[in-house]
Design a protein around this ligand. Structure first.
Ligand code: UD1
Length: 426
């Protein structure tokens, strides 16, 4: 079995570059379906989730290929006049983002048959808000044989109140509403930077959207959209991961290509923990010379602290000075990660959606398993501050969201290799 083997002790030092956000790019690619013709999306991360979205779009009849007109790291998606409408389980189950095909397919073709993605390691992930919103717009949605089957004539605009500002539900309703008849208002909409990015792309395709970046989106449906060229927003989760890794290892890391404004809360916490933060035109730098001080973490929808950074935060707090209380408000099973990091000597206790982390000077290297992308990278950070060698198994999770992580770590002076496991079986 392939593992990421990390030898602890190095202080991360140097520069990394962050590219487009996984959680934006997948939605932008799905939204390309809204217009026939050639849409180009740039600043693409070379991660496995993007390759799976390529395959899904190809199955729907699109021609997906490398772009040749000079836009860096981009993909060209040529959408037919009549795309197919079925997203099969063998691909959907591998990426959660495939649920974002539902809105564009339904509004474009009047029918969508998308496999139910099923549960995953961070907790139950219901789709009731996606369905309720689309049903209000006139869709008929059933689930049978493991598939969501949605049908509609032309959708009609509606007033939709979300019980919770769900990222996925906001995106599916938004991408359906842009081609609906009349006005849709989404109240209590999510306002993550990735949603703003999606709105910007839709507007460049001819959509009419008001309130972009706020929690009330007003969408005036149009008859048709045109293809576009769009550069994806930087990955704030990857950028934030580097910020926590820098502080944990008492290092100095400059993160280029990042948008510091999307991480204000995280950078402020690190500043108060004793790190020095400097913000630049194309990113930020984090420098930490001493053991960081502990702070409490409450995960919330944007602009709160992102749940996707919770494991990286815990890894840093495990070697911080003091005790931290973590409150996880989005995904209850995320604390599975705590059982793994505890194997490395971290003093972490969980109770329901709270965890208490008592910092100590060092962890101790051990074989551990990544249960999802973010848990995986949290364990890698733990490995950097552990004595001896840590093997993180199930590397494929990490590859879903981080581009060749071990190479980037080596570029910052860490000892990290991808290798066959000495501990885990084949
Ligand atoms: C997206 C991100 C994920 C991130 C999450 C929260 C992608 C591919 N994934 O996931 O990395 O952790 O946002 O920032 O972009 N909920 C319901 N009913 C619904 C939908 C959601 O109850 O119909 C609940 C969920 O169980 C969860 C909360 O709402 O507790 C937030 O989920 P949501 O914002 O929808 O996350 P995703 O879009 O699935």
């Amino acid at each position: 079995m392939q593992v990421l083997q990390v030898t602890g002790g190095a202080r991360l030092s140097g520069e990394v570059r962050v590219v487009g956000a996984k959680n934006s790019v997948l939605k932008l690619m799905a939204a390309a379906l809204l217009a026939p013709g050639e849409t180009t999306i740039g600043n693409l991360p070379a991660i496995s989730d993007v390759s799976i979205m390529h395959e899904l779009l190809a199955r729907l009849g699109c021609t997906v290929g490398e772009n040749t007109d000079g836009m860096i790291d981009s993909v060209r998606i040529d959408v037919p006049d009549h795309p197919l409408s079925e997203a099969p389980y063998e691909l959907v189950r591998r990426i959660r983002g495939s649920i974002n095909l539902l809105g564009p397919l339904l509004t474009r073709t009047g029918r969508a048959r998308v496999a139910l993605p099923g549960g995953d390691a961070i907790g139950s992930r219901p789709l009731d808000l996606h369905f309720a919103g689309l049903e209000r717009m006139g869709a008929e949605i059933t689930t049978s044989h493991g598939y969501i089957v949605a049908e509609a004539g032309r959708l009609t605009g509606a007033q939709i109140w979300l019980d919770f500002p769900s990222v996925g539900a906001t995106e599916n309703i938004l991408t359906a509403a842009v081609l609906a008849k009349g006005t849709t208002v989404i109240d209590n909409a999510a306002r993550e930077p990735e949603i703003v990015d999606l709105c910007r792309m839709l507007v460049s395709m001819g959509a009419q959207i008001g309130g972009v970046g706020s929690s009330t989106l007003e969408i005036e449906g149009v008859e048709s959209l045109r293809p576009t060229r769009h550069v994806a927003v930087a990955d704030r989760i990857v950028a934030g991961t580097w910020a926590f890794a820098a502080a944990a290892t008492r290092g100095e890391v400059r993160v280029r290509g990042a948008e510091a404004g999307h991480l204000e809360l995280v950078l402020d916490k690190l500043d108060r923990a004793g790190a020095r933060i400097s913000v630049h035109d194309d990113g930020f730098a984090v420098r930490c010379d001493e053991q960081p001080r502990s702070f409490d973490v409450v995960t919330l929808p944007y602009p709160g602290l992102p749940t996707d950074l919770q494991p990286a935060a815990i890894a840093m707090l495990a070697v911080a000075d003091g005790t931290a209380m973590i409150t996880e408000n989005l995904f209850e099973a995320r604390f599975m990660f705590c059982d793994e990091i505890a194997r490395m000597g971290a003093d972490v206790r969980t109770d329901g959606h709270h965890a208490v982390v008592r910092g100590k000077p060092r962890l101790s290297g051990a074989p551990v398993r990544a249960t999802d992308i973010r848990a995986g990278v949290g364990l890698v950070i733990a490995g950097l501050v552990a004595e001896g060698v840590t093997e993180v198994a199930e590397v494929h999770h990490i590859d879903r969201g981080y581009v060749r992580l071990e190479e980037q770590l080596r570029g910052l002076g860490a000892r990290a290799v991808r290798t066959e496991s000495a501990v885990f079986g084949p």
